[in-house]
Design a protein around this ligand. Structure first.
Ligand SMILES: Cc1ncc(COP(=O)(O)O)c(C=O)c1O
Length: 405
């Protein structure tokens, strides 16, 4: 019998499987109404438009589109991204942009760039699970900073950094999802974004700004990215085409200073040599035709009523005492149940009732979140949202009955 496990690196031995990937497997049962994954609605995919785009890419640029590309990414796409970023307040050029294989790769790349084993990084409580996994894979310690309705609490952030420094620990970076946060759905106002920059400047640390959902705004005007206030080149901005077009393309991008961009390119080189060239050409052409902005409008029109249906269903079917702020954009509602219900345990009952979600602990680097759950509202049909929340409400009612007996 082989015992190959003994040959694993310490790093690999410590790696844990992603709770979400496991849940997505369960949720593939067609009878289950899944609020678990952060999936776009498949009905939104612009398949007909893409057929035309792909044909023209192959006809006009086939030689390049099917070839290896540079590690940094297709220049034409980077130029378009730079123009779009400028409109949002980020003054950049194609040279400061790297196209990555999803923003997940960008998160891994920043982990590789900054984290030695035992290093500390600061993350939200709660925060995106994929970020936690990427940073933990570099054997780092993650310190959580609680969120309120305006995102990461900067006063607690400041106190925490002071305490760490007193103990001779310099946190390497602050990881933040400021706009329609995953999982909490909250948006950080401009004043707090500026506070965050001030703190990073004061302690000379880096901010990783992860922004997959900024364009999915339903009730609020655009808020400038943190990167727009970065005068010292310490923010690494990350965004993705996954939520505004297609996660299947595996295309995202980073915007960073010259110095950081050069280093990140080297870190990325060992991962994949280059990002998918074919999809980069496709997205470049899709944007060039003006189709992306129209598509974003379409998905916002599709998701806003889904958000409203979920909010209404929660009011109708969830027991008194649950908490949920109406998310103003993005894809998630973050629900906290009355105390005493552990959502990780409740999940087993939910699955029996053919409905799925992600339990709150998965998004916490401390032991918090046990009575919270993340509910995705973009993926399911409108009818499924109502029915799924009804099923979940019943599961919770039954659990509450057993707790009061
Ligand atoms: C905050 C956040 N960052 C990164 C990602 C990963 O996205 P991508 O598909 O670009 O790898 C997600 C996906 O859900 C996310 O919510």
């Amino acid at each position: 019998m082989s015992n190959i496990e003994r040959l694993y690196s310490d790093r690999a031995g410590k790696m844990r499987k992603s709770v979400i990937r496991e849940l997505l497997k369960v949720a593939q049962d067609p009878e289950i109404i899944s609020f678990a994954g952060g999936l776009p609605n498949p009905k939104s995919f612009p398949i007909n438009d893409l057929v035309g785009v792909i044909k023209s890419v192959l006809e006009d640029h086939g030689d390049d589109a099917l070839q290896y590309g540079t590690t940094q990414g297709v220049k034409g796409l980077r130029e378009i991204i730079a123009e779009r970023a400028y409109k949002e307040g980020i003054d950049t050029t194609a040279d400061n942009i790297i196209i990555t294989s999803g923003s997940q790769q960008a998160l891994d790349t920043v982990g590789k760039l900054f984290l030695n084993p035992g290093d500390t990084a600061l993350v939200g409580l709660p925060t995106y699970l994929g970020g936690i996994n990427a940073f933990k894979s570099y054997e780092s310690n993650l310190t959580g900073i609680p969120l309120d309705k305006d995102g990461m609490q900067v006063d607690i952030l400041d106190e925490t950094i002071k305490k760490l420094l007193k103990n001779d620990i310099t946190p390497k970076f602050i990881y933040v999802v400021p706009t329609f946060q995953n999982p909490a759905g909250v948006i950080m106002p401009e004043s707090r974004r500026k506070n965050l920059i001030d703190i990073a400047n004061e302690y000379d640390i880096v901010i990783i700004e992860d922004d997959p959902y900024g364009k999915l705004a339903y009730d609020v005007p655009h808020v400038k990215p943190i990167k727009a206030f970065d005068d010292e080149g310490r923010v690494i901005y990350i965004s993705t085409f996954s939520k505004i077009l297609s996660p299947g393309f595996r295309l995202a991008w980073t915007i960073a200073s010259d110095k950081l961009t050069r280093k990140m390119i080297i870190c990325k080189q060992a991962l994949d040599l280059c990002t998918n060239t074919f999809t980069q050409f496709i997205v470049r052409e899709f944007i060039r035709r003006g189709s992306l902005d129209l598509h974003i409008l379409k998905i916002c029109e599709m998701y806003k009523p889904k958000r409203d249906i979920m909010m209404e269903a929660l009011e109708n079917y969830f027991p008194e005492g649950y908490l949920c702020n109406k998310p103003k954009g993005g894809m998630f509602a973050w629900v906290t149940l009355p105390k005493g219900i552990d959502t990780e345990i409740l999940f087993l009952d939910a699955i029996k009732s053919k409905v799925a979600y992600v339990h709150g602990k998965a998004f916490h680097v401390d032991d918090g979140g046990s009575s919270s759950m993340r509910l995705n509202f973009s993926y399911s049909s409108n009818d499924q949202i109502g029915e799924g929340i009804k099923r979940l409400g019943n599961v919770i009612e039954k659990k509450l009955e057993t707790l009061t007996v």
